[in-house]
Design a protein around this ligand. Structure first.
Ligand SMILES: Cc1ncc(COP(=O)(O)O)c(C=O)c1O
Length: 396
């Protein structure tokens, strides 16, 4: 009986995989080989000898390899508490709580904070972890078109008569678009219509704002932000994420965020790694400047060639291609030219907006950029290559 149930369940899975394949949506695991344009290692710290030395030193100094339990049981090493204090001060918050991943941070934060009677205004380009956290809370949701603040304001105005808690949820630097939320304007809307603001700073932390403190710090809106989320697996070349905010928020999450409570704490040596990465990142103005000058130059060249890079103004540059097939073929052409790059397809982005996502890091060279431009331009003229180029009119 159970064998036939297993067979039937597996048949269902196989049918689902076939359907994904027929829609050019099937994924498989691959190694990033060649010049890496798909990593989030924006400051190129992931192999930095200074960071390696800091981890070795921490281990030799007695930092444990395993936490042995949830922070509420045996896993609360003092290294995490001092790191949380240091991180909170870095982003200008009163408190911060570390989660084992950015996904866990967003899921834990939103599912604990939001209640079914609440109304949440969520940007349509928000990351899956934000979407899933809101879903899990069962709060009522208004999805507004990406960074359409007029639409957002209209819907906030419509909701004026509703006497419920309201929340606005955005990323500060959007992961698939590479564009920035105008946090000062959004904070003003939040203030005007009585909504609390939650900002995911995953791609801005370490990269944008003074010393890489993020866009909440740059916009000077910390007091208007209920919670900001800062992942450590990207520019900070580690793993995990902080939720930063007030002391009350931190105490609430320790008691209510299920992804924090019911999960083994990451190992204490990692707290030392993140602390070292944070110290390197705050002194990395030179790397940030290089990252942005490389990305700006590439974006300008791509636009000249007629590619549509959307509204990107950061180290993340989408090359909009539309269909899943075009994006897959373009990624394959670039792979053959020696670049590791991924075709980004639904459900990560909206249907019909498949793209290449160029994710820059400060370790790339001018030669890499020039070769990339040649490869992209070459892919448009090869008879077997995808029609990559779009009309100049539709770019920008
Ligand atoms: C905006 C955003 N938030 C959260 C996450 C999840 O972070 P993590 O990879 O640490 O789980 C990501 C990951 O890519 C992201 O892009």
């Amino acid at each position: 009986m159970s064998e036939s149930a297993t067979r039937s369940a597996l048949a269902r899975l196989a049918a689902d995989l076939e359907q994904l394949e027929s829609q050019s949506q099937l994924r498989s695991l691959d190694h990033a080989e060649g010049v890496n344009l798909c990593s989030n290692d924006y400051l190129a710290l992931s192999r930095d000898p200074r960071l390696k030395a800091a981890v070795v030193e921490a281990l030799q100094g007695g930092a444990a390899l395993a936490s042995t339990g949830s922070r509420l049981l045996s896993g609360n090493d003092p290294a995490w508490e001092s790191l949380e204090e240091e991180f909170a001060a870095f982003v200008g918050a009163r408190g911060a709580l570390f989660f084992s991943s950015g996904y866990a941070a967003n899921l834990g934060l939103l599912s604990a904070l939001l209640r079914p009677e609440d109304l949440v205004f969520s940007d349509s380009a928000n990351h899956a972890s934000l979407i899933d956290g809101i879903r899990l809370s069962r709060a009522r949701k208004v999805v507004f078109p990406h960074l359409d603040l007029n639409f957002l304001e209209d819907r906030l105005a419509d909701s004026r008569r509703e006497h419920c808690e309201k929340f606005i949820v955005v990323e500060s630097l959007f992961s698939m678009e590479g564009d920035r939320a105008s946090l000062a304007e959004i904070a003003a809307l939040a203030e005007k219509y009585g909504a609390a603001l939650i900002v995911d700073e995953a791609h801005a932390t370490g990269v944008l704002g003074p010393q890489g403190r993020g866009l909440v710090a740059e916009a000077g809106v910390r007091e208007a932000v209920l919670a900001s989320v800062h992942t450590c697996g990207k520019a900070l070349a580690s793993a995990g994420a902080f939720v930063a905010g007030s002391d009350i928020l931190k105490r609430f999450l320790v008691n209510r965020a299920r992804t924090f409570i019911f999960s083994t704490s990451p190992p204490p040596y990692m707290a030392h790694q993140i602390r070292a990465a944070l110290r390197l990142a705050r002194q990395a103005d030179d790397r940030r400047a290089r990252l942005f000058s490389l990305a700006d130059a590439l974006r300008a060249r791509l636009k000249e060639l007629g590619f549509d890079t959307g509204r990107s103004n950061s180290q993340i540059i989408p090359v909009m291609l539309g269909s899943n097939d075009s994006a897959l073929r373009a990624a394959e052409a670039l792979r053959r030219a020696g670049f590791a790059i991924r075709a980004i397809r639904p459900p990560t982005v909206a249907p019909g907006t498949a793209r290449l996502r160029i994710s820059f890091n400060a370790g790339l060279s001018e030669t890499d950029c020039e070769r990339l431009i040649q490869a992209l331009a070459g892919a448009t003229i090869s008879p077997h290559a995808p029609a990559l180029r779009v009309s100049a009119q539709s770019s920008g």
